[in-house]
Write a protein that binds this ligand. Structure first.
Ligand SMILES: CC(C)(COP(=O)(O)OP(=O)(O)OC[C@H]1O[C@@H](n2cnc3c(N)ncnc32)[C@H](O)[C@@H]1OP(=O)(O)O)[C@@H](O)C(=O)NCCC(=O)NCCS
Length: 271
């Protein structure tokens, strides 16, 4: 089994990171990505890996098609070790949502490969892949959006350290925090029958691409946030999660991703 703690590289191994797309769910590198996925994300943040595996298989059958999500799983490893599951440095998974924008679902970097620029490389490559998809459809790529769960104020130091890592990475890749919105999403860790499971509040981040940053006014951001509910979670206006995410008083605005990294005390003060 691949361990996150296996640091199987020599000092120079990460000077060149190779990023490629997975097309085979049975490949050992794809399976190593499944393990990394389950190691690096808590259960309430992730969908079953099987769904991702399915989309990897489906990729081999089709090109981007108007109206259909175009999903991608990208993997990273030191150059020359792309066949060694112990050398899997990271993965990113997401999709182009035609008529909307890009949606980055998950990213993870193995412990031994962190703070070496792997996360940044995966983001950049993901943006490129989605640009190609959008180009094939003859569409612009206005933005890429992603969600992230900010730890509870009293969470362990390790959770806050990871939140800092996330927001710095988001900042480094040009992501902007959608301040003023707690995006309520279903709790995937809860039993399907458990209607009472509280939704998970997520922070949203947007990387403006073909649409300039200044065009993301509060009105436009409300559309972007509402669009995420409709397209990804099938929540329409009038459903509790949609309406609680976007109350009439909500005026979202873009701010540097680093601003989302600030820790709040139990009383809501910045510390
Ligand atoms: C968040 C994560 C993907 C970052 O990956 P990474 O490859 O280490 O990131 P990079 O090396 O590209 O670094 C990007 C920036 O973050 C900073 N950073 C990374 N880890 C950090 C840490 N632990 N503390 C402070 N800053 C950190 C880097 O210094 C860099 O900033 P800089 O360019 O301004 O110096 C990785 O920590 C991870 O996999 N965490 C667990 C899974 C997870 O949280 N995924 C995100 C789900 S939304």
């Amino acid at each position: 089994m691949q361990s996150q703690h296996a640091a199987p590289v020599n000092d120079t191994a990460l000077q060149k990171v190779f990023v490629w797309e997975a097309f085979d769910a049975t490949d050992l590198m794809t399976q190593a990505a499944a393990k990394l996925y389950e190691h690096t994300l808590t259960a309430d943040e992730r969908i079953p890996w099987m769904w991702i595996e399915q989309s990897v298989q489906d990729r081999t059958k089709s090109k981007p098609r108007s109206g259909e999500w175009s999903r991608h799983l990208l993997l990273a490893a030191p150059e020359g070790r792309q066949d060694d599951p112990d050398a899997l440095a990271g993965y990113v998974y997401g999709a182009l949502l035609p008529g909307y924008g890009g949606y980055l679902c998950y990213i993870g970097v193995a412990n031994w490969a962190r703070r070496m620029g792997v996360g940044g490389r995966l983001y950049e490559q993901f943006f490129k892949v989605l640009r190609v998809d959008a180009g094939e459809l003859g569409e612009p790529l206005p933005f890429v959006i992603w969600e992230s769960h900010r730890p509870d104020p009293l969470a362990e130091a390790g959770d806050w350290e990871n939140w800092t890592a996330r927001t710095r990475l988001f900042d480094r890749v040009g992501g902007q925090w959608v301040d003023g919105v707690d995006f309520l999403s279903p709790n995937f860790a809860a039993d399907e029958e458990d209607d009472a499971a509280p939704p998970v509040p997520l922070q949203l981040f947007v990387k403006p691409l073909d649409t300039p940053e200044a065009a993301f006014t509060p009105e436009r951001l409300r559309e972007v946030v509402g669009g995420l509910h409709e397209r990804v979670y099938h929540n329409l206006p009038g459903t509790p999660m949609y309406d609680r995410t976007l109350p009439a008083s909500c005026e979202p605005r873009l701010r540097p991703a680093r601003a989302a990294g600030v820790r709040k005390s139990e009383r809501g003060e910045l510390v």
